[in-house]
Design a protein around this ligand. Sequence first.
Ligand code: ZN
Length: 436
Amino acid sequence: MPFNAYRSQILTMSGDPRIAGEENAVQYFEDGLLLVDGEHIVDVGAYDALAPALPEDVSPVHFENALLTPGFIDTHIHFPQTDIIGAYGAQLLDWLETYTYPAEAAFADPLHARDTAHFFVRELLRNGTTSALVFATSHADSVDAIFEAALEKNMRLLSGKVLMDRNADAALCDGDDLGRADTLALIGKWRGKGRLGYAVTPRFALTSSPAQLQMAGEILRDHPDVYMQTHLSENRAEIEMAGKLFPGADDYLDIYEQHGLVTDRSVFAHALHMDECAFGRIKDANAAISFCPSSNLFLGSGLFPLDTAQAAGVDVSLGSDVGAGASFSMLQIMRSAYKVGQLGGHSLDPFTSFYLATLGGACALNLSDKIGRLAPGAEADFVVLDYAATPLIDRRMRAARSLKERLFALMILGDDRVISKTFVAGALVHERGENG
Ligand SMILES: [Zn+2]
């Protein structure tokens, strides 16, 4: 396997800066060197310290006026909603009926699924997202399509067949076996392939019967390497309906608790309109939340109380929630997170945002030993951010006085144009201007 060295400004996190303190969490090398052997990182540090030990035949690739960081991790996104991103109007439940279910019904056609999955994976990589927790549709073929596309790029990507058996288009609903056979077959088929992982995926409480949630919980219990993803407490009308459908539950989270779905392998998207007790129960289960600010603003769902969740000790990460989220770019998702914080009365600092989009995502997925940071032994997923991506960004960077200012300006002004290169497991998989 080839040995490569990359010289650049380098930024990575070793912890959550709000908990560990910036001085401990932020690792920054003004003139840094990243050493990669095959698919893994060998070392990262100051150029002056590491360069003398380089093998004679290795000359570092130098990225000037750029910042090299871990690849971004998107912990909540729907690949079948790629074609309805930016669909006008309405709140969650209308939006699902009007746009989402018809778009997902089209995935009965495996060719459409495959075409969309390839576009989707390319779009992730164009935006510097190297790992994601992805919803497919209720069609087993849609899971094959996204896993095939991700495997081609050797991505660490998690996905699963959506489970739904009521309150939606019949074409999307599972039959008498509740989706069990397809789910088990997909777990068997994809287990251990490349860097892929399976997530049991009940859409949300409104579209699953108690029997289906029970089955999902049993599969999760029986497969210790399998994850669980779903939506939680996104919209007030949704919460009210969940209460009617599950009258025996104390609150929305309790619906999932009663069916064995709140575990250390569970990631809940949204978690708006929740009290401290519910956050505490998520923390006690070592489950995680995917904060989806772009989607929450777009659908008018609400403002996620990041401070409350973090004070409760919950693992929080960031999700684009495309297609309700309006961008694949995690830089833009960080920008939305900042705006949500501003409206909620707290300013989200750029290091914390950057943590949420990298190591925070890895922690939510229990993968912090593999992805989300640049460290010896980690998988070599990284991106190169261009400080001169646009005339305005170039000009703004010249006025910035610190790394923190540069990072914040990248979040506020940046998008896919900032991503000049994306590497997955040591291989260059996107270079701006050539295939993007
Ligand atoms: Zn979603």
